[in-house]
Write a protein that binds this ligand. Structure first.
Ligand code: DC
Length: 220
């Protein structure tokens, strides 16, 4: 395990980490784990099964047995929950907020730990999230923490949602993103933090190609 390289890209919502992580994984031919998708699917599964998002016992039991399959189709992540395609459903801002609520529960994070570590397969893994460099893969040789201003992140989110056919409003998005940041940064378990050995990048005024080039240079 320890010899299998991992690149972790952590950061807040809309920092560009998911896009860059997917591009780098494709470029290197490495596996890719979108850990946020796991929390998003779990939140949807909890709603589907009628559980309160703060019900730690029920949601963590569900997390242990979560029937989810990830695959990449035409460069897009396809997500099946209990056989149902939820790829679009989990991308709304409400789904992100619900994910952030179940992600604040310690037993839930514990239940998903091994599932995430199982993605570490040869020739390597690129993964993005909030605690990839601090908790899930603390021994990863390459760690990036990507940030950007809240306004720019909201604009990017707006564009991304539009491309997926999901309607949104910039000022509502800024409020929702700020609420989510607040919860992710301040929770008691695995809060959003750069790992001590992470390289910090700010993508506020950088295009995705520039961020990609910088990360590629770091890997070299
Ligand atoms: O990366 P994302 O926006 O898809 O993540 C959705 C939520 O899931 C995010 O607000 C917090 C939670 N999350 C987490 O707590 N830890 C991770 N490694 C990834 C996501």
């Amino acid at each position: 395990m320890i010899n299998i390289p991992v690149l972790t890209i952590d950061g807040p919502s809309g920092s560009g980490k998911g896009t860059v992580a997917q591009l780098i994984a494709k470029d290197l031919g490495w596996h890719y784990l979108d850990s946020g998708a796991l929390y998003r699917v779990l939140a949807q599964a909890s709603i589907k099964h009628g559980f309160e998002l703060g019900d730690e016992t029920s949601v963590s039991t569900l997390a242990q047995n979560l029937d989810v399959v990830f695959s990449v189709k035409n460069d897009e992540l396809e997500v099946l929950l209990e056989g149902q395609n939820v790829s679009t459903l989990i991308r709304s801002e409400q789904a992100g907020n619900a994910a952030s609520k179940v992600a604040a529960l310690a037993l839930v994070r514990n239940a998903l730990l091994e599932r995430q570590r199982d993605f570490r397969q040869l020739p390597g893994l690129v993964t993005d999230g909030r605690d990839m460099g601090t908790v899930v893969f603390p021994d990863a040789p390459y760690k990036i923490f990507l940030n950007a201003s809240a306004e720019v992140r909201a604009q990017r989110r707006h564009k991304q949602l539009k491309e997926k056919g999901i309607r949104s409003n910039i000022s509502v998005l800024i409020t929702e993103i700020s609420e989510r940041d607040e919860r992710d940064y301040n929770r008691s378990v695995a809060p959003l933090r750069p790992a001590a050995d992470a390289i910090q990048l700010d993508s506020t005024s950088l295009g995705i190609e520039n961020v990609f080039d910088r990360v590629r240079a770091i890997l070299r």
